[in-house]
Design a protein around this ligand. Structure first.
Ligand code: COA
Length: 714
């Protein structure tokens, strides 16, 4: 956990000197605001305004070019118009500036991709790292550096914000100040030409003052690296993410179910869960979580207690607990023993503990103390509806005092106060003193839910990925043959060969060229069997009478064989018949879909969900980035409603969930190790109490067989 300033990103967050290239003396200019913030917020290093038109700005000597600056420059903030940026970057690079924060807009975000690349390569020539372009700057509490054009007077604290959106980032700086939240860093990443979230998180997670990391992400690039970083980092510090853009652009172009189900947002959601990162729905919720993570302890036991002075708000909070996965303590004898003596006779010691509208500040104080001593209670949500009985001047110190006692003991206590002006006053006072107080029960409970999710994630051991043995040589042979044939997909028999080489359980099958062979195959496979014509020229086999099902005797097999050939000759006379496939009749079972594909952001991903013909209607699917271990495989299955079916409904036997996991691992491994394959979809995978069968398999090939996003790093 050591911090080495001269390596990594140390000097970005703690520069010894900062140049502002394009500093201005006109207060309406961004180049003025940045310089003014640096000075006003107390940066202790050397500051060099750079602008050929001035000799002095804001009382500091101004340099014509960064080359003229006498000493070393660790960080240059660039605020000149886009066409001037390459020149400014070249000058910084030749001076040996370590980091460039390029505020200027007008690069890849408006399609000027080549210009952005040029800027990056100029920076690299001098070994400089680039933040941006198109950013609002960087704030770092460690250096008292506010090199942004956001608000000044930022309060220092434990939350680091890394944001892709500039406007929202600036607004979050303002909002956190208003909510009394302290920040350790705010980094705007903009177009992420060079530095991205992964590298910044990597640094921030090792930085002592940062206790929570909040990411605002619009789009993910280099997703495989982000996953790897977040999985590790979230074990050290809580990471909260907000993502905008529930786009299905990528999905529209995809040719398989797996593709169209993989709306980039669903994949993102699942993968954040896989990484132990908590995704908030709104900015407000994210900030609330950060606040609670920063100031409250971590629950030591699973049960939560609600203390209230109103039944209605207590019920709302109870509903919220169900929604956010917060378990309520229901140890009635313990609750009775703790609370009956200290509440009005008509109060209720059940959870929510109702102190009634007559509750005084002292009732609350005693209830808090009792709950603090209950070992089975992991967290407390305290609710208050404004009443005329309770004197607010007495209440504020009771709440603050209780919060401090809980904090010392590491037990989370969050408040929800609901009422008019006098309540609002209490809220403001408590907020300014770092007490987590909300005005909406759902919000308070959502914070407790986030705490629990984090703690549960930490409790889960780090696991090894499962990488089953598969016959890559055989798979590549099949793929190569299809490619030589000019195809980007595999025929059913080829897909079967791939699945067999991967060890995925397929229905037993063999191809017969004579009636005798058909009978022998049927005997070997075991009756009843199904039979299907094998012909690349016949797409819809049942339409021409090329399929026969449920053949229960040898005689039926003979008749079916002859009927299939006769029908095909009559109804598709030009089709080349390559035999008749004899297949095991697969009994009904729980139908799942298992897929794997290359996600444009995250690389190889696997999918599992409810299969059959309604997959796209029900969209009951879950994703994970590869590779995954057993716990993740099980958790992705549990994410779907199909899991309930696998457990067995109405006395049905539990299905072979292990078997499903095995198929997920194997299908995933094929995708990971065979770059020639872009999509695999098993639908349905029929799952039985013992075993499963991949009834239908579709495999698509990549545009080229280069090692894109596969195991090139192995
Ligand atoms: N070196 C040093 N200073 C230079 C320079 C150079 N090569 N070229 C120009 N300057 C000076 C200018 O003289 C000017 O100073 P002045 O006010 O004393 O005349 C200053 O740099 C700024 O140049 P100006 O032409 O006035 O530009 P501007 O301030 O109107 O706009 C940006 C510059 C960078 C702010 C603008 O191009 C931009 O990108 N704005 C959007 C920023 C943004 O929104 N970022 C994303 C946020 S999330």
């Amino acid at each position: 956990m050591g911090e080495n300033l001269s390596s990594g990103l140390g000097h970005l967050f703690e520069p010894r000197s900062v140049a502002v290239v394009g500093a201005s003396e006109r207060p309406e200019k961004i180049g003025y605001k940045v310089l003014a913030n640096i000075i006003a917020d107390g940066y202790r290093g050397r500051v060099y305004p750079v602008n050929p038109r001035h000799r002095e700005i804001l009382g500091l000597r101004c340099y014509g070019s960064v080359d003229d600056v006498p000493g070393e420059v660790d960080l240059a903030v660039i605020v000149v118009p886009a066409e001037q940026v390459p020149g400014a970057v070249r000058a910084c690079a030749s001076k040996g500036v370590g980091f460039l924060a390029i505020i200027t807009s007008g690069f890849s975000e408006v399609g000027r991709i080549d210009e952005e690349r040029r800027v990056l390569s100029l920076a690299r020539e001098g070994g400089a790292r680039v933040l941006g372009p198109n950013i609002f700057g960087i704030y770092s509490a460690r250096a008292s550096l506010n090199a942004t054009f956001g608000p000044g007077g930022v309060r220092s604290g434990g939350v680091a914000i890394v944001t892709q959106s500039g406007a929202l980032g600036v607004a979050m700086m303002g909002k956190t100040a208003l909510e009394g939240m302290g920040l350790s860093a705010v980094v705007s990443v903009g177009n992420k030409a060079d530095l991205d979230e992964a590298e910044l998180v990597e640094h921030l997670v090792r930085q002592e003052d940062t206790r929570i990391i909040l990411l605002y992400i619009e789009g993910v690039r280099r997703g495989e690296r982000l996953v790897e970083t977040l999985e590790r980092a979230s074990r050290a510090k809580p990471i909260v993410v907000i993502k905008s853009g529930r786009s299905r652009r990528g999905a529209a172009a995809a040719a398989s179910h797996t593709g169209s189900l993989a709306g980039s947002d669903e994949v993102f959601e699942c993968i954040m869960k896989q990484c132990g990162v908590m995704r908030a729905e709104t900015v407000d919720e994210a900030l609330a979580w950060c606040k609670v993570f920063d100031v409250a302890g971590r629950p030591q036991s699973e049960d939560t207690l609600i203390i209230t002075n109103g039944g209605g708000i207590g019920v709302l909070a109870t509903d919220a607990c169900e929604r956010y996965g917060v378990r309520l303590s229901d140890d009635l004898p313990a609750l009775r023993e703790a609370f009956s003596p200290l509440m009005p006779s008509f109060g209720s010691p059940r959870n929510p503990v109702d102190l009634t509208g007559q509750a005084s500040a002292d009732h609350y104080r005693r209830a808090f103390d009792a709950a603090l001593d209950m070992a089975g209670v992991g967290a407390v949500v305290s609710l208050y509806c404004e009443t005329a009985v309770l004197v607010s001047s007495e209440f504020t110190p009771v709440l603050e005092g209780a919060f401090r006692r809980y904090r010392e003991r590491g037990k989370p206590l969050v408040f929800c106060l609901f009422g008019g002006r006098s309540t609002e006053e209490i809220v403001q006072v408590l907020r300014s003193r770092d007490v987590p107080v909300f005005t909406e029960p759902y919000k308070a409970v959502s914070c407790v839910g986030a705490l629990y999710r984090y703690v549960r994630g930490l409790a889960a051991p780090v696991e090894e990925p499962v990488r089953p043995d598969i016959r890559v040589d055989r798979i590549e042979e099949t793929v190569g043959a299809a490619r030589a044939d000019g195809r980007r997909f595999l025929y059913a028999l080829e897909a079967r060969r791939v699945m067999e080489a991967a060890g995925v359980p397929m229905p037993k099958s063999s191809t017969a060229w004579s009636v005798e062979e058909a009978v022998a195959s049927a005997k070997r496979i075991g009756l009843p069997v199904a039979m299907k014509v094998v012909s690349r020229d016949i797409l819809h086999k049942s339409d021409v009478g090329g399929v026969a099902l449920d053949l229960e005797s040898e005689r039926e097999v003979v008749e079916a064989y002859e009927a299939i050939l006769h029908n095909c000759r009559a109804r598709a006379p030009r089709a080349v018949v390559e035999g008749v496939e004899v297949m095991e009749m697969v009994p009904p079972g729980v139908e799942l879909i298992v897929g794997a594909r290359r996600d444009p952001s995250f690389g190889p991903v696997v999918m599992v969900g409810l299969g059959g013909i309604y997959v796209e209607v029900l969209r009951d699917v879950s994703f994970r980035a590869l590779p995954i271990g057993r716990r993740q495989a099980l958790s992705m299955i549990k994410d779907t409603k199909a899991y309930t079916l696998l457990l067995g409904v109405r006395g049905e036997e539990r299905r072979d969930i292990e078997g499903v996991m095995n198929v997920v691992f194997r299908v995933g491994e094929v995708l990971r190790r065979c770059p020639g394959i872009s999509d695999i979809e098993v639908n349905p995978l029929r799952v039985y109490p013992r075993g499963s069968r991949a009834v239908d398999v579709r495999i698509l090939l990549s545009e080229s067989s280069t090692k894109e996003g596969s195991d090139a790093h192995e």
